[in-house]
Design a protein around this ligand. Structure first.
Ligand SMILES: Nc1ncnc2c1ncn2[C@@H]1O[C@H](COP(=O)(O)OP(=O)(O)OP(=O)(O)O)[C@@H](O)[C@H]1O
Ligand SMILES: [Mg+2]
Length: 230
């Protein structure tokens, strides 16, 4: 596959709990074109977070492979994977995962600094302005509301202008007004950067606006609902 999309083939993942093996993902294949908005649906425990962590290289599959922006990440060593992830993708966690000892601005700058970007601070500030949080730049995560923390999390995910953005129920912890603000922001920033957006969500409303929806059930994907041309 070429371009900035994502392709995963024959992914399987099991966990062993109390000497019992539980298959969470069983031969899952998935494809998203560059710039596409892909939603992963499924009830709680169906494996959405597990799938996102395999697609993004946070975790490794038992079998199968993942190609991101033309690179087969399954074959990369840990040492090669970390900088590749930092350059290529942004990850928005359901529970924010901000660094408690860093301010809002410093949290956003962090991935850019890792990349050796001399403009890390300027870029972080520009993003904070986009999400109307400039006045909170010097606050620490514990001084921010849930919606504010998630906006900081989004800025951090976008600071390196990633080709692919993964979002694990980014509105799950927010009330509907804040949830809507976050969704609109993600879609707007996706349009601006033309990045591929892969989102796990329970929300039918969000799914309705996606280019492609896949539904996980019993470790497998039900027939994908693709709304754009192959
Ligand atoms: N590290 C782990 N060790 C053992 N079991 C795990 C682990 N991570 C996930 N699981 C199990 O895998 C299954 C899928 O979990 P996952 O978090 O991917 O579901 P989910 O669809 O994201 O659920 P939710 O909507 O509640 O976030 C669950 O049964 C869970 O208990
Ligand atoms: Mg989950």
């Amino acid at each position: 596959m070429t371009g900035n999309g994502l392709e995963a083939v024959h992914l399987s993942k099991s966990y062993t709990i109390d000497a019992r093996q539980i298959t969470v993902l069983d031969d899952v294949s998935i494809k998203a074109h560059a710039g596409e908005f892909l939603v992963i649906e499924g009830k709680s425990g169906s494996g959405k977070s597990t799938l996102l962590s395999l697609l993004s290289g946070l975790d490794r599959p038992d079998s199968g492979r993942v190609v991101l922006a033309g690179t087969d990440i399954t074959g990369l060593s840990e040492d090669a994977l970390a900088p590749f992830r930092n350059r290529t993708m942004g990850y928005i966690f359901q529970s924010f995962h901000l660094v408690p000892s860093l301010t809002a601005l410093e949290n956003i700058m962090f991935p850019a600094e890792l990349n050796g970007d001399a403009r890390a601070a300027a870029k972080a500030l520009e993003l904070l302005r986009c999400v109307d949080l400039e006045h909170r730049m010097n606050n620490f995560p514990h001084q921010l509301s849930g919606g504010e923390k998630q906006r900081v999390g989004i800025c951090r995910a976008l600071v390196n202008r990633p080709l692919i953005v993964f979002a694990d129920e980014p509105t799950g912890n927010l009330d509907s007004v804040n949830g809507d603000i976050i969704l609109q922001l993600l879609l707007e920033l996706r349009r601006e950067f033309n990045s591929t957006l892969v989102m796990a969500t329970h929300s039918r409303e969000i799914s309705a606006g996606a280019d492609q929806v896949v539904r996980l059930s019993d470790g497998r994907i039900q027939a994908p609902d693709r709304r754009t041309q192959e």
